[in-house]
Design a protein around this ligand. Structure first.
Ligand code: AHR
Length: 491
């Protein structure tokens, strides 16, 4: 098969906000305990954080990490994770049916974030708690005033505020599984009132309202409309969440899921703009895709109830999962005019690119590499490409065989092209024409490929790892069948 890609310097989508390469750590399974934190591990630092994990997080190049949940946050008392550890309570954690020791809380997590060169995106509990506890947490984290919660932080050893800029107003409040689940009316009012007090406490923060927990929720659309109708003036973003899987083993259908993701994004952006119009507002509410990934391999695996940090949601990703994650990243880049933040859910052990053994090794899953290359090289301005290639039908969607995104990094004077060839049978010969860039040369072609869609990485063998492809002398670039690629052109 053949494809033609045309880029024009004047044809841009928007500048990419680096926060689209964010991730997520929830108090769930072994994400915190045995993941980022394991004081007895030989590679633990003076705070008990695993340095081998920190090194991999740095390699992944994650600018922001959502914390502490997820479903967990909707029953969480943030005060439990502050101050003297000897006095912290053990709690029944109802979201995931485990025991939470509270050895790690915001006091420790903000320190971990510094050591991992990342920023905290903080979620507040609007399930079992409300505006009062949310504004107290903003004061604890961000205020310099001589007042109770700011002084509590100082007493706990933190003179300087944590300066957390981005705040999520609860989590998936539309879902009946959520502690303190609300109707759109109830949540819209709560989000407005909590957001008001939080911004009065620190006017510099940005707020994310909960959108639907997935596109397939029966309340999708109406939920966004009602919530924004109440809270439009106070919030800056609305969230989107999606997880895909391939339980039936239909790879062609599976690799098409990112096209559904694109439609989901455009739908939510339209609702934001419809509310904007209805309110005669000059303000634009943007999108925070703060949970996205593949999640299905671990469904139904049992664990011991009320244990601490059991193996939960430990999906082992294969090669085709890496292809879909690569396509989903391109979808985020291609919608960067509206998606300003996104979080790969999650970061360590729990549906994660990084895995650990308790007391043992840390290693990277197949999905690590598409993410690492996107966050490292996908910086600058996303270009709107014209793509001429064959496509196939998948349900209501037309799916191009080549998924692509192109980023113009003006500082580095390079065009970075990410591409997945969705064809399971044929290689794709592509030609790239970049208009108004002057002379340009392909300097690097990185490929992720395997014959085996089910190939996985484990602690002993990295079967799915990037390799360098020789640069062709005739300008004809080959994308292998079912492969992920990154091409860098210097101009
Ligand atoms: O990321 C795992 C879970 O998925 C989160 O806790 C929840 O928000 C979502 O349903």
């Amino acid at each position: 098969m053949k494809a033609e890609i045309i880029i024009n310097k004047n044809y841009v989508i928007d500048k990419i906000d680096r926060r689209i390469y964010g991730s997520f750590i929830e108090h769930l399974g072994r994400a915190v305990y045995g993941g980022i934190y394991e004081p007895s591990h030989e590679k633990a630092d003076d705070c008990g954080f695993r340095k081998d994990v920190i090194d991999l997080v740095k390699k992944l190049n994650v600018p922001i990490v959502r914390y502490p949940g997820g479903n967990f946050v909707s029953g969480y008392n943030w005060e439990d994770g502050t101050g003297d550890r000897a006095l912290r309570p053990q709690r029944m954690e109802l979201a995931w049916g485990v025991t939470e020791t509270n050895e790690v809380g915001i006091d420790e997590f903000q320190e971990w974030a510094k050591r991992a060169d990342t920023e905290v995106m903080m979620a507040v509990n609007l399930g079992t708690r409300g505006p009062e506890e949310a504004r107290n947490l903003v004061e604890y984290c961000n205020s310099t005033t001589n007042t109770h919660f700011a002084n509590m932080r100082r007493k706990n050893g933190f003179e300087e505020p944590f300066a957390i800029k981005t705040w999520c107003l609860g989590n998936e409040m539309d879902g009946p599984w959520q502690m303190g689940h609300k109707t759109a009316e109830e949540y819209g009012r709560t989000a407005l009132e909590a957001g008001k007090l939080m911004k009065w406490t620190d006017p510099s923060i940005e707020l994310v309202a909960c959108g639907s927990s997935s596109y397939t929720m029966p309340t999708f659309g109406q939920w966004e409309w009602t919530v924004l109708d109440h809270a439009y003036d106070i919030v800056d973003y609305i969230s989107l969440h999606t997880y895909y899987g391939n339980p039936s083993g239909d790879t062609k259908d599976y690799l098409a899921k990112s096209v559904a993701m694109d439609s989901f994004i455009k739908g939510v952006a339209s609702i934001c703009d419809a509310v904007k119009a209805k309110k005669h507002s000059a303000k634009t509410v943007n999108l925070s895709f703060d949970e996205w990934n593949v999640w299905f391999h671990s469904h139904g695996i049992p664990f011991e109830k009320w244990s601490t940090a059991p193996h939960q949601l430990e999906d082992i990703y294969n090669f085709e999962d890496a292809l879909l994650v690569g396509c989903m990243l391109m979808t985020l880049q291609n919608n960067c005019d509206r998606v300003k933040m996104a979080c790969l859910a999650q970061l360590v052990n729990v549906i994660a690119p990084i895995m650990t053994d308790n007391g043992g090794a840390a290693w990277v899953q197949t999905i690590f590499y598409p993410f690492m290359y996107a966050s490292t090289y996908g910086n600058g301005t996303a270009m709107k490409p014209i793509i001429k290639c064959d496509s196939y039908k998948n349900g209501q969607f037309t799916v191009p065989y080549v998924e692509t995104s192109i980023i113009n990094n003006e500082e580095e004077k390079e065009l970075v092209l990410f591409a997945v060839n969705r064809s399971l049978e044929e290689d794709m010969e592509i030609t790239v024409t970049a208009e108004n860039f002057g002379d340009y040369t392909l300097v690097e072609h990185i490929e992720l490929y395997s014959d085996d869609m089910n190939a996985i990485n484990d602690k002993d063998t990295e079967r799915i790892a990037p390799s360098n492809v020789e640069i062709p002398s005739d300008g004809k670039i080959n994308l292998k069948k079912h492969s992920w690629n990154m091409l860098r052109f210097k101009y």
